[in-house]
Design a protein around this ligand. Sequence first.
Ligand SMILES: Nc1ncnc2c1ncn2[C@@H]1O[C@H](COP(=O)(O)OP(=O)(O)OP(=O)(O)O)[C@@H](O)[C@H]1O
Length: 464
Amino acid sequence: MFVGRKKELAKLNQMYQTNQFQFAVVYGRRRIGKTALIQEFTKDKDAIYFVGLEENAHDNLVRFSTAIANYEHQELMSDFSYGSFENCFKEIGRLAKKQRIVLVIDEYPYLAQSAPVVSSMLQSYIDHEFKETNLFLILCGSSMSFMENQVLAYKSPLYGRRTAQFKLQPFSLKEAQAYFPKMDKEEVFELNTITGGIPLYLSYMSAQKDLWQNISDSFLEVNAPLFQETDSLLKQELRDPKNYNSVINAIADGASRVNDIAMKAHLATPAVTTCLNNLIDLGIVAKKVPVTEENKHSRKTIYVIADGLFRFWHTYVSKYMNAIMRGATDSVLAIIKNDFTRFMGPEFEKLSQDYLWEHIADQELVPQPFIQLNNWWGTDSRTRTRIELDIVGFTANEYMGYFGECKWKNEPISKGILEKLIDLSSLFSYPQKQYFLFSKCGFTPACQELASKVGCKLITFEEM
Ligand SMILES: Nc1ncnc2c1ncn2[C@@H]1O[C@H](COP(=O)(O)OP(=O)(O)OP(=O)(O)O)[C@@H](O)[C@H]1O
């Protein structure tokens, strides 16, 4: 069952309707659903589908030729070759002059690595032949560095040729809900978090099991499908993942600044910086600064694990690997149960921030559109203590400030939380202030009373 990806499908279909040459680049991390999206898009269209493999140029050429010939002759041929990639593109051009055809080259990086001439040949065909045809070309790949540097970047022969690009993102909560329509929303949110919103990993979860059983069966057994997945992902992307694992472990264990990470990982700072930069490129780690210092060089920079699967795995699985190997699944599960509310906290903050971005045009909620909105941390100048705010945002003219707290707890938010938020907001000089509280389990009557006095918006997880 295919779910979600509505925006991507709408855009692809709109491009298809133009009946002009189109060139879409679809990329994103492994298992994110690139092939599924393309198959959904092409299911009712004339399409040639070719997938590059890690093999030599000759073998890729034979399979590419065979895919084209199979389409042309509507029969299953094997081991056919047009003799050169140039002849393949000529043939495609000839076919696409007659009718609308989608040509999908999946795992393009493998094809281009086996036959480097293909990229500049494609460039020349796009510029001279394909432009006059009805071809809809889709290049797809999961090597983010290859797709960003060798297909989309300025120095690539294909630079500037694409008519649209799609960097597929993990499933949103709504998409995950569509995937598990009968499951409780809270459980969907938790499963979507620990799988990083990756469709393939979600497919390992079962609506017939509760969260803990799903965790146990998918992560905490030696043969479980996600027991070693992060390791194998790192091995596919990096030559020597050893230091990378130590860096991610250090962040999962609470280190967030370069020096602290280096100390915990027992690595030199330059080595950590290299690892962090590569992990950022892979989307596994993210660099954050307080929202008021975005686009500036900030001394408050921290690093967090951005990929949900990696965060879960390095928080619980790698740390208790020995116990898992010895079959002590229940003990590890008990630790996870105890700590899980804390683990979900940052994800609920992100969900709340995303909710406000999605409702930026709703004047009831957001009186004036903000230009920035994210986490904030710093020092309370009155007490010299370190403070954190889950949400701080502001309008372009810095007239209006937005402040919010998000609590993923099994109890209603009390009045004290709102009082503290109001107090901390006085550290900021925006003339007008709007408050938000986001709660998993509602708000106490006293909190509701104060909220209505100060115009604070109260939003529960159920409404999001
Ligand atoms: N939109 C979707 N709806 C339902 N299931 C999906 C969706 N997208 C992906 N899946 C599931 O996730 C699996 C992996 O998706 P897919 O093979 O498309 O990922 P990919 O990004 O092409 O992966 P790779 O980079 O490893 O080739 C699919 O087999 C399917 O089960």
